[in-house]
Write a protein that binds this ligand. Sequence first.
Ligand code: CDP
Ligand code: CDP
Length: 209
Amino acid sequence: MIIAIDGPAASGKGTIARALAGHHRLPHLDTGLLYRGVGAAALASGTGFDDIPALAALAAGLDLAALDEEALKAGPVGEAASRVAAVPEVRAALLKLQRDFARQPGGAVLDGRDIGTVIAPEAEVKIFVTATPEARAERRFSELLKRGEAVTFDQVLDDIRRRDARDSGRAAAPLVQAPDAITLDNTGLDRDASIARALAIVAERIGRN
Ligand code: CDP
Ligand code: CDP
């Protein structure tokens, strides 16, 4: 069983994907970390966001085992990730790894922007997680405050709006809901209620198949 979780920034994709993976004992891949890894490598090496061959080389050489999730969740890395994610050559370099992960025996849970549309269109369950930009910015703002980052709510909201617009507007694998994905709008839901909804969606889908 492949479970595809897509949605905009800070919608709660990772939280839901981890909970579903735990419940159904499936391996989980947060595909945003791959783009964050390339974005962070571009920042560290001073690679320009218009230097396509160099960005593609960073993506091809990405060492999954060396990705430091904590460091990659820093504010500026999200913006860099969204810049490199718009480059088709970067997406192409990361495609096989994600497809292989999705198609491993027994199944998997993946979360990102294009799982249900490009990486695993054959997924048995697709959930499109969303919430208002304000609700998402509120969540990301409190995470960044806990990390000790000096940001304002308005900066976080701006970052989320800019990233959503770039992710939805790009030509390569844009953020778009798959026609067969179920929408989970968790604007008014807390973490546990949102997970409960996702578990119910999966149970309903499995029952139907
Ligand atoms: O956690 P958050 O939703 O803020 O971001 P993320 O899922 O870690 O993704 C960071 C960036 O990577 C996004 O803004 C997208 O531009 C890009 N991304 C993508 O293009 N395709 C994916 N499957 C996952 C992430
Ligand atoms: O992966 P993505 O960027 O979409 O979001 P996340 O990292 O799973 O969640 C962002 C933050 O929102 C986390 O601190 C969650 O605990 C919180 N949250 C949530 O995931 N779901 C809700 N319904 C409310 C808050």
